[in-house]
Design a protein around this ligand. Structure first.
Ligand code: R5P
Length: 297
């Protein structure tokens, strides 16, 4: 029996899948999702997966468009005899709703974890938004491995910017900004952020004047509406600081967010390739490669 895992790209995640397939010398799988005129779908897996370990690679931004087909793909694979089914979701959705912000709300991070844990045997992801949940094990019941992009980001900063001051937009960002600061030998500041609505944000920075000559580098895990970054850029402008570089791990960019962020007066927008996007400059595939190399799926 062929023991080489088969890796499949779903929903256009071909760049990262190809990088991993080549580095690991896995078999590249053939899968198609055909959508009928009524928007129902059928999954076809052409590769012979019976008795084989398989890996689906897809980022889970825009999850509502993807997940039913994703679950059908896993179930199709299971019924065609796949042995273990791993999901590599470089961006893991629904992590931010980690409590009832209103008594009448649901906790979607929990419900989403329950679904993923039902259809897959294991999960690998990059920097999930862990805030009130301290570990994926709090909500996922399958082995879930977290890889950090901090090394890759620190290397990018060291190579491309001298005299940087790193800025984290809120208390949650301390965990990764502090780590990146250590690895890139740069000072850092953490802002106070108040979110009053989806696109209504206030930030406060202290001590930034000490770094007037520096290049501010705003670092966040997710850039969604871009408003956290844009508000911070505006704040830095009122203090006559240098134009900042914005680094996001996950280039979610809802609607026009990318263009709006570029237009706000930033020097550059840089993201990791966890979600395929034109701003991807930092390749995180080595982290996934090392995990797959040492812990076979
Ligand atoms: C939230 O706590 C996250 O770390 C990000 O700060 C947030 O998701 C960014 O969202 P937006 O781009 O919509 O301001």
């Amino acid at each position: 029996m062929n023991q080489t895992p088969i890796i499949f790209s779903l929903f256009g995640n071909d760049n990262l899948t190809d990088l991993l397939q080549k580095k690991l010398d896995y078999e590249l799988g053939k899968i198609s999702i055909h959508q009928f005129p009524d928007e129902e779908c059928v999954i076809e897996i052409e590769s012979n997966i019976a008795g084989r370990d398989i890996i689906f690679v897809t980022s889970l931004d825009r999850p509502n468009h993807k997940c039913l087909s994703l679950f059908f793909a896993a179930e199709t694979a299971r019924t065609l005899g796949a042995r273990q089914i791993m999901l590599i979701a470089p961006y893991l959705a629904y992590m931010r709703q980690d409590k009832r912000f209103k008594k009448t709300q649901g906790i979607t991070s929990q419900y989403f974890a329950k679904l993923i844990s039902t259809y897959f045997d294991s999960l690998i992801t990059i920097d999930p938004h862990l805030h009130r949940w301290h570990s994926l094990n709090d909500i996922y019941t399958i082995p879930a491995k977290v890889i950090h992009a901090t090394d890759n980001i620190a290397q990018w900063i060291k190579k491309n910017v001298s005299n940087a001051v790193l800025i984290g937009p809120d208390a949650e960002s301390l965990q990764w900004v502090e780590e990146i600061a250590k690895k890139s030998n740069a000072p850092f500041l953490i802002l106070e952020k108040t979110r009053k609505g989806d696109r209504d944000i206030e930030v406060a920075i202290s001590d930034i004047e000490l770094y007037r000559e520096s290049i501010p580098i705003l670092i966040d895990d997710i850039i969604s509406t871009g408003m956290t970054m844009i508000e911070t850029v505006r704040h830095l402008q009122t203090l006559s600081m240098n134009s900042p570089i914005c680094i996001g791990v996950h280039a979610v960019f809802a609607g026009n967010a990318y263009r709006e962020l570029i237009a706000s007066g930033v020097k550059e927008v840089v993201t990791c390739n966890t979600i395929q996007h034109e701003s991807n400059r930092i390749d995180i595939s080595d982290g996934i490669f090392h995990v797959l190399k040492t812990e076979k799926p």
